[in-house]
Design a protein around this ligand. Sequence first.
Ligand code: FAD
Length: 399
Amino acid sequence: MNSQHYDVVIVGAGGAGMMCGSIAGKLGRSVLLIDHSEKIGRKILISGGGRCNFTNVGARPESFVSKNPHFAKSALCRYSPADFVKLVEKHHIRYHEKKLGQLFCDYSAEEIVDMLVKECQDGDCRFSMNTSVNGIRPDESGHKHKRYNIDTSAGHFTCESLVIASGGLSIPQIGATGFGYEIARQFGLKIVPTAPALDGFSWGDSDLARFTDLSGLSLGTVVSCKKASFRENILFTHTGLSGPASLQISLYWNQGDKLSIDLLPDKDASEFLTKVKKAGSKQEIKNVLAEILPKRFAEYFTHHLDIYGPINTMSDKKLADLVSVIHGWHLTPARTVGYKKAEVTRGGVDTSELSSQTMEAKKAPGLYFIGEVVDVTGMLGGYNFQWAWASGYAAGQAV
Ligand SMILES: Cc1cc2nc3c(=O)[nH]c(=O)nc-3n(C[C@H](O)[C@H](O)[C@H](O)COP(=O)(O)OP(=O)(O)OC[C@H]3O[C@@H](n4cnc5c(N)ncnc54)[C@H](O)[C@@H]3O)c2cc1C
């Protein structure tokens, strides 16, 4: 069978794949990027509300979740947010910091895709879009260097280095697949169980009815789950809990875990209520509460805790119950929203199977895994792209 040979074949023309291809291409390697999508970098295009939160200036290894929290250190240290910013500036892309170190394009995420395509084209790097991979097998024909055979809808290719940059399972509607995990399994690599993350929560049936009155409410809170805590907004939707703090905490949440929410992180509710009571106020408790919380919350809590009447008649016990709910409201969502909305997939190719320097599989020389398919998942705020760039760069130098 006729086949075309490249030094490097990369499956997945997303952020990680293009970064890897551009680096390898500029180092003189012939590179083919294969993607089953018609369009290059679709996730980049929809990211950050169309403006791509392309990195976070505060990205540190602690910003990532992995079974081995040390794995990402080497790659992140060799390709930093400042390195990506330099690239963005070289291409005259205007950007701004939105909040908390998050850098966004001023105009459009398309600029990031165009930049990466240009960087790829500056080296010997070609794209084969609209191409599906039918199978991959190592060549056993005794070449000095191990080769991989890739059978695709666009023909048969061979390569010395095969890079899997096919991403995770989130947003299957724009082409996400479990391809990378299948290839990892084919070569005997372990997978850390995957789950949708950065997607917020859905209520079970009984809570759905309980919380309908809160739908649309947004407020600044501290949300905690186990040892993780985030101070940002939550938003009650008609089906569950969204907003940045909910998305962040979903990275740490497992089925059955409780969330603890401090609804008033900047104020001591006990001090406030005691002061009003001691002043002899005859105000209805829900109206007093509405001075420090949105009115609908005040109504919800007084109703559900069965606390009615003027504040000066309230027992200290009732006020203490109210305070403990305000500063530590416990909720148990039924599930996270799922892959259709999740920004990332948690878990993936077990990092113990890969070199942290090059991303090469220890059991399969010449086979590399980069980006979201690996068990390294960033928090919300530009961290996941930083991992895509850094892991792509590490592999790009090695392939
Ligand atoms: C709505 C949304 C917004 C986001 N916003 C941000 C943000 O602002 N900042 C941030 O840091 N992160 C953000 N993320 C996360 C970020 O987009 C991903 O972590 C990142 O794109 C992962 O890069 P990747 O190259 O590993 O994978 P991907 O970008 O997913 O690329 C994988 C590529 O592989 C291709 N592919 C998949 N299966 C196959 C197959 N079987 N055959 C051939 N090709 C295949 C896909 O078509 C795709 O082009 C967002 C995610 C979503 C869903």
